[in-house]
Write a protein that binds this ligand. Structure first.
Ligand SMILES: N[C@@H](CCC[C@H](NC(=O)CCC(=O)O)C(=O)O)C(=O)O
Ligand SMILES: [Zn+2]
Ligand SMILES: [Zn+2]
Length: 394
């Protein structure tokens, strides 16, 4: 049986599966077919949650002995958007001018394709690893992440799986392959404030109570002062107002309710509880000021709701893992990667509860965009980096 040593062929097979989250789209079937010739024991658990779509996941292990390295990632992809705007169809894996085009090319079917190829080359050159390699692959990273990595980890751990370290293949590089490793991520917390007034005619405002000025005062108070100036390992926390919702199609009606949604990306100066307290403090102060400013009898009344499941902030402190990965990158590319905690959250936030985790993958410049694409040369280089890392690890 031939081994899947070619990352370009592996990626083409994966891109041709339209696995727009939460659909499996054939991607896990294709991955299983690549892993079987490597002697992997493959399991495909489906997880459910009321109110959410069922999601297919994959856990595969090559080898039975320690040390045990986990490679983690996702085969689900974001929707292609306007398919007519793509230079090449999003699920065709067409190659032009040294690039492979397709949804998931960098985020992150490309990372999976390279890791499979690296493990196949390892097997060809050195035989079976003196230890184990697992693939922990979800179909629910781009979605709500309810039926994905978190449950897959718990399911595997309940079956006795233990890991010494994990590598997540998300596209961490900024400009050139090898320029960045992610060693942690900021946390994420979302909420919504609602002000209830009284609906009425715009020409008779004294008979109504417009909730919008009060809501704007509250929303402004949230962003008036910085939360911090950053910490030794993280950029400053930031709060963004992500939506203002009134739902009023009429020009002559004062609406009865107005609400605003916000999201905070926070560093290790905070946790979800201390941030919630700070937000409540800012809102209460603004509500009291609104009493004076708008001549109200009492502080402005508002409701504050928090979205469930905030993401925690985390930092990997395993120097051995980080320096082994950095050395592999430097050896293959000549670049010394920056260790960074910038950007969004990732499923590493779940993995860090089980073992040290770092993230390294392709250049993410086109992720989620029309014409997502990967340089063929980067696929070969990333495969060599992962192979070098495996050789060092075992
Ligand atoms: N399923 C997640 C979705 C949120 C994850 C998302 N992460 C990125 O966009 C990664 C990009 C990067 O590496 O900078 C985010 O940060 O919102 C969920 O649970 O909501
Ligand atoms: Zn991703
Ligand atoms: Zn993504």
């Amino acid at each position: 049986m031939s081994l899947p040593t070619d990352p370009v062929a592996n990626l083409a097979a994966l891109i041709r599966c339209p696995s727009v989250t939460p659909s499996e789209g054939g991607a896990l079937v294709a991955l299983e077919a690549m892993l079987k010739p490597l002697g992997a024991e493959v399991r495909r658990p489906v997880f459910s949650e009321p109110g959410e779509a069922d999601v297919e996941n994959l856990y595969a292990r090559v080898g039975t002995k320690p040390p045990h390295l986990m490679f983690a990632g996702h085969t689900d992809v974001v929707p292609p958007g306007d398919e007519d705007a793509w230079t090449h169809p999003p699920f065709a894996a067409q190659i032009a001018d040294g690039w492979m085009f397709g949804r998931g090319a960098v985020d992150m079917k490309g990372g999976i394709a390279c890791f499979v190829a690296a493990l196949a080359r390892y097997a060809e050159q050195h035989g079976a690893p003196e230890g184990s390699v697992s693939f922990l692959i979800t179909g629910d990273e781009e979605g709500p992440a309810v039926n994905g990595t978190e449950k897959l980890l718990a399911w595997a751990a309940a079956a006795g799986e233990r890991w010494d370290a994990a590598l997540v293949g998300e596209p961490t590089c900024i400009e050139a392959l090898g320029d960045m490793i992610k060693t942690g991520r900021r946390g994420s917390l979302s909420g919504r404030i609602t002000v209830t007034g009284r609906q009425g005619h715009v020409a008779y405002p004294h008979r109504a109570d417009n909730p919008i000025p009060g809501l704007l005062a509250l929303a402004s108070a949230l962003i008036a002062e910085p939360f911090d100036e950053g910490t030794a390992s993280f950029q400053p926390s930031n709060l963004e107002i992500t939506s203002i919702d009134v739902g009023n199609p009429a020009v002559n009606v004062i609406p009865g309710r107005a609400s605003a949604a916000f999201n905070i990306r926070f560093n290790d100066r905070w946790n979800a509880e201390t941030l919630k307290a700070e937000i409540a403090r800012r809102l209460d102060r603004a509500a009291d000021e609104a009493r004076r400013r708008f001549g109200r009898a009492a502080p402005l009344a508002y409701e504050l709701e928090w979205r469930e499941r905030p993401s925690p902030v985390f930092l990997t402190r395993d120097e051995k893992l980080i320096s082994a990965l950095s050395a592999s990158i430097e050896e293959v590319t000549g670049r010394k990667p920056e260790l960074s905690t910038s950007g969004g959250t990732s499923d590493a936030r779940f993995i860090k509860n089980y073992c040290p985790v770092v993230e390294f993958g392709l250049v993410g410049q086109t992720m989620h965009m029309v014409d997502e694409r990967v340089a063929l040369g980067d696929l070969e280089t990333l495969t060599r980096i992962y192979l070098r890392f495996l050789e060092d690890w075992f």
